[in-house]
Structures are given as C-alpha cells and as structure tokens.
Design a protein around this ligand. Structure first.
Ligand SMILES: NC(=O)c1ccc[n+]([C@@H]2O[C@H](COP(=O)([O-])OP(=O)(O)OC[C@H]3O[C@@H](n4cnc5c(N)ncnc54)[C@H](OP(=O)(O)O)[C@@H]3O)[C@@H](O)[C@H]2O)c1
Length: 295
C-alpha cells in the first residue's frame, strides 16, 4: 500500500490517475476527499492535515511506501510555512519509521538551501534533511518550476491579461527550467518501480524541463497561449511586497497570491544537468510551448 499526500495537487492528481490505472493500492491523506474528484472511489482515504501530525499514524497503517507531495508555499490558518513543510515532513518521517515503512519518496525543489532568502525553500531544505538523515530508504526528486494547465500561476496570469499591461514581480529575470506536472508524475511512477540497488538504495534526482526560461519568458508564453499577449511591466520588489502584504491582511486566505509565493518567482531554480535526471528515469520532459500548444 502506498500512502500519497498531496494527491489533489498539480503533480498528485496525474500521479494518482497513473497509480489507480495500474491498479496500485493507494491511500490518500487528504483534508477534503471531495477534491479527489472521481478518483476518490478508487482509493482508501485517510483524513489528515500537515498541521495535525497525529493524523499521520492511522494513515500509515499497513503502508510500505510513502509518496510525500503535500506542501504549502503560504501560511495557513492552522500552520506556518515552516510547520507545514519542515516540521510536518520531519513528523511524517518519524511516524513512517515507527510504522515500518520501506521507502519514502519526497519532492523537494531545486535551490532549496537552509540559507535561501525565501521561507519556503529554507523549509524544504530542512524537510529534505529530515528525510536524508532518517533510517528510511528514500528517493528525493528536486524539481524546477512545475506547471500544469489551469494551475494557480496560469490562472493568475490569464486573469491579469484582462488588463492592458501585466504586472511582473520584480524584473522577472530569475531563471527556471519549467517541467510539466504530468512529466513529474511519470518520473515518480518510474522511481517507485525502479529495482533497488542494495549497494546504493537511496536516490536523489534533479528534475527539469528542456528549456531555460526567465520568469518573464514563462509569463509571455502563458499569455500568448491564452491568446492575449501583453506588455509586461516590472513592479519593484518593495512595492510588490507592500501591496501583497496589504492584500493578504484584507483578504486573508482568499488572497490570490501571497508575498511568500511571489518572492519564489525571484529565485532561480535551475540545474546544469538539464533533463538528464528525468531521462535517467526513462522520461523525456516536454517543452512548455509544446504543452501549451504554442510551439
Ligand atoms: N509547483 C512547483 O513549482 C514546485 C517546484 C518544486 C517542487 N515542488 C514540490 O512538488 C510537490 C508537488 O507540488 P505541486 O505543485 O503538485 O503542489 P500543489 O499543486 O501546490 O499541491 C499541494 C498539495 O498539498 C496539499 N496540502 C496543502 N496543505 C495541506 C495541509 N495542510 N494538509 C494536507 N495537505 C495539504 C494540497 O491539498 P488540498 O487539496 O487540501 O489543498 C495539495 O494536494 C510539493 O512538495 C512541492 O513543494 C513544486
């Protein structure tokens, strides 16, 4: 039995479809089972929350593999970015060790270091450390920017494209190698199926798409795909930060984008190894323009 967290997310949804199609027994740790859509009748459900580590114990009963995708780049009412990513992963690892789990797969991010400027990437680095320092056999997949059709970033950009000019966080110069969520899901499935090498049981793979794009280029491609190419207007970071913090104070959790999320677009997420990590798992990542149909 696999315990999958984050099954309702960009990567989790296509991964869950693949696993259920292959008739792999899956239990999903979810806050709201309705968000699983039609897949909810094909899986076991464990109600749980990253902010509620005691919920992990029941979810782990009889589980041999954990695929831990759930994460949050914004504070939630029940937990901060640090609690939801670093502490929750650490507690899930501990609970998995106690439950006799054999394999723990964790999705990290390129550029996650303990001294990164963003809270999210610092928390991811601590989470990754909790996994690598555990006694569990582990696989870590560290990705660049992951996108899916209609995800939050694309939805935000297509809403902003109703304006004559589209504001950009800072200058939009940070570089990414965007990788499609379906390609990441295929990589995870391959990592789960890979035979274990007893001499080197653990694996860390960097996942990146074929092209290096600045955030401004990503935004332009998305706007072109939406049929509304627009001029991008850089907004200084100080101003973006003040405006987003004010919006958060007014709109609380309904805010479309928080400062912590926006700041992530200012931090490069690249690997010099390009697509070779994905290829090592037998996956050839598609180009952003091809997935969006603008190639
Ligand atoms: N997206 C990227 O650019 C990117 C880049 C590098 C690494 N990653 C990592 O790759 C993994 C998958 O990313 P993704 O883009 O698929 O994430 P995503 O679309 O943001 O989905 C996040 C998932 O986490 C769940 N979640 C959030 N808060 C939770 C909580 N308090 N308790 C339980 N579940 C909670 C969400 O469930 P609900 O339906 O309940 O909200 C959702 O299923 C994550 O670990 C992410 O950090 C992502």
């Amino acid at each position: 039995m696999i315990l999958l967290t984050g099954a309702t997310g960009r990567v989790g949804a296509p991964l869950l479809r693949r696993l259920t199609a292959a008739r792999v027994p899956v239990r999903c740790l979810v806050r709201d089972p309705k968000r699983l859509g039609p897949e909810r009748v094909r899986v076991q459900i464990a109600l749980g929350d990253l902010a509620d580590p005691p919920s992990f114990r029941n979810a782990l009963r009889g589980v041999s593999t954990v695929v831990h995708l759930a994460a949050s780049a914004r504070d939630q009412p029940q937990g901060s970015i640090e609690e939801l990513n670093a502490i929750a992963t650490w507690r899930l690892v501990q609970a998995a060790e106690r439950a006799g789990v054999e394999h723990f797969l964790f999705t990290s991010a390129l550029g996650a270091t303990a001294h990164d400027r963003t809270r999210f990437l610092r928390a991811k680095a601590l989470a990754e450390q909790a996994v690598t320092e555990s006694g569990l056999r582990h696989t870590i997949l560290a990705s660049s920017l992951i996108y899916a059709l209609g995800d939050e970033l694309m939805t935000l950009l297509s809403r902003l494209s109703l304006l004559p000019l589209v504001p950009l966080v800072g200058r939009g110069r940070a570089q990414f190698q965007p990788i499609w969520a379906d390609d990441v899901a295929e990589c995870i499935e391959a990592a789960l199926d890979r035979p274990v090498d007893p001499a080197a049981p653990n694996l860390r793979v960097e996942l990146a798409g074929p092209d290096v794009h600045t955030y401004a280029e990503v935004a332009r491609t998305v706007l072109r795909a939406a049929g509304r190419p627009r001029r991008l207007v850089p907004v200084p970071l100080g101003l973006t930060s003040r405006a987003l913090r004010l919006t958060e104070a007014l709109m609380k959790s309904a805010t479309p984008v928080t400062w912590d999320e926006a700041e992530l677009l200012e931090v490069a997420m690249t690997t010099p190894h390009g697509t070779s990590g994905a290829e090592r798992l037998g996956v050839a990542p598609k180009r952003l323009a091809a997935v969006l149909g603008t190639a």
